[in-house]
Design a protein around this ligand. Structure first.
Ligand code: ACM
Length: 267
């Protein structure tokens, strides 16, 4: 199957224009799974909770999820992308998962970064995985985490224990470390990861966040299969076999997950 990660510079709070840009960028993409950045159509560095509220929407049923479903129908792929979810007056930094048949599910970011804590509630849906199929009908299990969740190896480990073959990882990375860490998250859990980051910068007052690009797809062997630069806009596509993640034997005597010493760990 083919996995695509999209990297670009959204215009702050310009949801309609950003949705049009992403639609155009996806128009020629041949893939089974498309991963878009965190908060992909809104921008990131909200000046106030009112800013975040102004671009929030229910999931499903909002304009962003609806457009993602259109793209998924057209391209016959699964799409994972980040958005501001509004639910009963509360805001979540969420990802919607959609496919050619419509809405599949959502994930609400567990580990909020920096001033996200001022605007969003912590995710309260755990770390769900989704049973999906590629265009040839081959089933695979998709896990989702959002940006700073990478800093918590427990998140990717939980997704591995739940059977994820691939972790879709929408991101708005500003710290430099994640591109080095994701091959390790992939290796230590023996699964694929697909990180879609944004580029550009946003400021509030004299504080500026610069987004580091470097979207990448990593393999269960800890290899970077494809990576983008710090400032390019585009879509990177790589072919992989999700079944490669399923044999988690390290040697004839070692099974990566079964050999965990949960009796000795502090959780
Ligand atoms: C981040 O979690 N957006 C850094």
């Amino acid at each position: 199957m083919k996995v695509a990660v999209l990297q670009y510079r959204p215009e702050f709070l310009a949801v309609d224009a950003n949705l049009d840009t992403v639609e155009e960028m996806l128009s020629e993409v041949d893939a089974d799974l498309v991963v878009l950045p965190e908060l992909f159509a809104t921008g990131y560095f909200f000046r106030s909770t009112a800013d975040a509220q102004s671009v929030s929407e229910p999931v499903p049923g909002g304009k962003t999820t609806d457009r993602m479903v259109e793209w998924a129908r057209e391209g016959k792929y699964i799409v994972v992308g980040g958005l501001v979810e509004e639910c009963s007056g509360r805001l979540f930094n969420s990802a919607a998962i959609v496919g050619p048949d419509g809405y599949v599910g959502r994930y609400r970011k567990l580990h909020l970064y920096y001033e996200e804590k001022l605007h969003f509630e912590q995710g309260n849906l755990g770390l769900p995985v989704f049973a999906v199929v590629d265009r040839s009908g081959q089933p695979y299990t998709l896990g989702v985490m959002i940006c700073f969740d990478w800093y918590y190896p427990e998140a990717s480990r939980t997704l591995a224990l739940e059977g994820a073959d691939i972790i879709a990882h929408p991101a708005n990375l500003v710290r430099p470390d994640c591109p080095r860490a994701m091959p390790i998250r992939a290796l230590e859990n023996h699964l694929f990861t697909a990180t879609a980051n944004r580029i550009g910068a946003e400021s509030v007052g004299n504080r500026t966040l610069t987004f580091i690009g470097q979207s990448e797809v990593c393999s269960p062997a800890g290899q970077v299969l494809v990576s983008m630069t710090r400032d390019e806009a585009g879509v990177a596509v790589v072919e992989l076999d999700p079944a490669e993640s399923r044999d988690r034997r390290v040697t004839d005597h070692n099974d990566l997950l079964a050999d965990r010493r949960t009796d000795a760990y502090v959780l």
